[in-house]
Design a protein around this ligand. Structure first.
Ligand code: APR
Length: 241
């Protein structure tokens, strides 16, 4: 079977990392134009660094939850799932999350379409690399040594998400598309369900409540991710044995 999974902030909510648009979500407390746009960074880089430094430090204590572990288990079993021979099976995990909880749970290949909090990017020389400490405006780039050009390697509003060609190629050949813990209000991720459907895939949403584009899915299962994702994965694996 070829599966594409899309995850959003809801899968990490029970790990203690906030969502964005729920009641008390990050964007109800912080102005996204200030901290998640290139213009906001140009206006006040200190404020942007402070916002991401706090989120990076939250990651040091956040633990993957049963939903992350269940997806890692599904990836391991992909060759056993019915529908296609093992050598024509493919598991693709695309996340909008910038945390590292899928990797922590053992997922081997994760496509971070919105970048990663534990990476930095130099806007002078395009250096990209691991970054685990607080970021400050006057820090030099490890490659070109230019001061003041380091930023978190995350995709802001108005910027092009990463790996789009690869993601669309996977969507156009998948048998099943599953969206987990995302409000379906941010593009291009919100259009993935339509792309997969046009390619003939079955589509499923797993979320706390119906998302903004819930009516585009063939099916929806609702509840906390830590419960409904492992239950769904168990069902998929049992159905194939
Ligand atoms: N289990 C499952 N789903 C949950 C849970 C939970 N425990 N808690 C919340 N949710 C659901 C909410 O109902 C909501 O539909 O997760 C979704 C979170 O939606 P958003 O806060 O909008 O987060 P997301 O969809 O990931 O946002 C997309 O927007 O701000 C940008 O770049 C940021 O990647 C982010 C993108």
């Amino acid at each position: 079977m070829q599966i594409v999974i899309l995850t959003g902030a809801g899968i990490s909510a029970e790990s203690g990392l906030g969502t964005f648009r729920d009641k008390d979500g990050i964007w109800t407390r912080v102005n996204l134009e200030d901290v998640a746009t290139p213009e906001g960074f140009a206006r006040n880089p200190d404020m942007v660094h402070e916002f991401y430094n706090k989120r990076r430090s939250d990651l040091t204590t956040a633990k993957a939850n049963p939903a992350h572990f269940a997806l890692a288990r599904l990836e391991q079993q992909i060759g056993q799932l019915a529908k296609r021979p093992a050598d024509d099976s493919r598991f693709t995990l695309v996340t909008q999350n910038i945390d590292n909880l899928h990797q922590q749970a053992g997922s081997r290949s994760v496509i971070h379409m919105h970048g990663e909090l534990l990476k930095g990017l130099c806007t002078n020389c395009d250096w990209r690399g691991e970054w685990s400490v607080d970021m400050q405006t006057d820090m030099p780039c490890p490659q070109c040594a230019h001061d003041g050009r380091i930023r978190p390697d995350v995709v802001w509003f108005g910027e092009m998400p990463y790996h789009m060609d690869e993601i669309f190629e996977r969507l156009h050949s998948c048998d099943l598309f599953v969206s987990i813990g995302t409000s379906g209000s941010v593009y291009p991720a919100a259009m993935f369900v339509g792309e997969a459907k046009r390619a003939g895939a079955m589509t499923l949403e797993l979320n706390l409540e119906p998302s903004e584009n819930a009516d585009e899915f063939n099916e929806g299962l609702y509840g906390p991710a830590s419960e409904i994702v492992p239950a769904w994965v168990d069902k998929m694996i049992a159905a194939s044995s």
